[in-house]
Ligand binder design. Structure first.
Ligand code: MLT
Length: 350
């Protein structure tokens, strides 16, 4: 099965998604009900004078990590376009679901935005008692980026190649430690794929984000992890970590010497992380239009484009920086992951 959704123009949605082909199948990485985008007549006047005060941009993981990096990158040009300060606030916990739950319950007045990633689509299947419904409790503003992941280890970890890593992990599964950012984090989903592909059960060490996880990896406190290039590229280039592979079908320009997982001999670990911006469902549509315009401006800002490229990330194409394209992808991804996660038997409990 190829779980990659088709693009709205009919071609392959080549810039996104998380996939995994595992053994016989695939294990891997909102409906216009209630508060869907465009579901209400907003009267067209709510955006008058908006914004007239500071906007909060909530990041569902720790400062210094990949989601934080992408958010801060776009926040500055968005702020310039909107003419108001944007303050980034990190609300960590439960693989990004604490922040999403909090934003779902804030006023839908355009003064609180949420940056989230692929975890927005996997959380409903992973968390049986999730406090929000991604498609009903939020409006989508637009897609932001796709980011490959990399499998990296502390510098003095014994295995030097992917084949060494597979052999070592299999022989030492009871003592090897794997860092991630909690259930629903991209690093956790990638870890599930790695476990499946290697046929092992890893000891997971959860953090509030892969920012602090990578710090501990560099410090030698944990053995290995799978993390977005926005976080790892600098450490790989500075030779602070050992890198085994990038988790996309193609190599990444920012790390041209790093083989893909397939090239390195680890089949079925194919993951790309997509990001999008959300606001509470009650946010007026004309306010969302202003935020979408600001996001689109940020993603064509040459400094942002250059920085994302340096970090191995790809800005969403203009056609996908819209509430509709974002919403469509979210729906597709929820539909994609629900059966895969169910089959994998992964859950955050009740
Ligand atoms: C993840 O694993 O989902 C991310 O790396 C979270 C983060 O931004 O720290």
């Amino acid at each position: 099965m190829d779980p990659r959704p088709a693009r709205s123009n009919g071609g392959p949605r080549s810039w996104l998604i998380g996939v995994v082909a595992v053994a016989a199948g695939s294990l891997l990485l909102a409906a216009c009900g209630g508060g869907g985008n465009g579901g209400e007549a907003d009267g067209g006047s709510e955006a008058e004078g908006y914004p007239d005060r500071e906007i909060t941009f909530v990041v569902p993981f720790a400062a210094g990590g990949p989601t934080d990096t992408v958010t801060r990158l776009v926040a500055e040009p968005m702020s310039a376009k909107l003419g108001q300060q944007i303050v980034v606030r990190n609300v960590e916990g439960a693989g990004g679901t604490v922040a999403a739950g909090e934003v779902a319950n804030t006023d839908g007045d355009g003064y609180t935005m949420l940056m989230h990633h692929i975890g927005m689509s996997t959380a409903p299947a992973l968390y049986p008692n999730l406090a929000y419904k991604p498609l009903e409790d939020f409006k989508t503003v637009g897609l932001v980026t796709t980011v490959p992941m990399t499998i990296v280890a502390r510098k003095d970890f014994e295995p030097n190649t992917m084949q060494d890593l597979v052999t070592y992990v299999k022989a030492n599964a009871d003592k090897v430690t794997y860092a991630n950012a909690g259930i629903g984090a991209a690093s956790q989903l990638c870890g599930l794929l790695i476990e499946k592909a290697m046929g092992v059960d890893l000891t997971e060490v959860p953090y509030d984000g892969t920012g602090p996880a990578l710090t501990d990896l560099v410090g030698g406190q944990v053995d290995f992890m799978c993390d977005q290039t926005t976080n790892t590229t600098g450490q790989i280039k500075a030779d602070k970590v050992k890198a085994y592979a990038v988790t996309t079908p193609e190599r990444v320009e920012a790390l041209p010497d790093l083989p893909t997982t397939a090239e390195a001999g680890l089949e079925g670990v194919d993951v790309g992380v997509w990001h999008g911006v959300y606001v509470p469902a009650e946010t007026p549509d004309d306010v969302v239009v202003k935020l979408t315009d600001a996001l689109a401006a940020a993603l064509t800002d040459q400094a942002v484009v250059a920085k994302l490229a340096e970090l191995g990330a790809t800005p969403a194409p203009a056609a996908d920086v819209t509430p509709e394209a974002h919403r469509q992808l979210l729906q597709e991804q929820i539909d994609l992951w629900a059966p895969i996660i169910k089959e994998a038997g992964v859950t955050a409990g009740g």
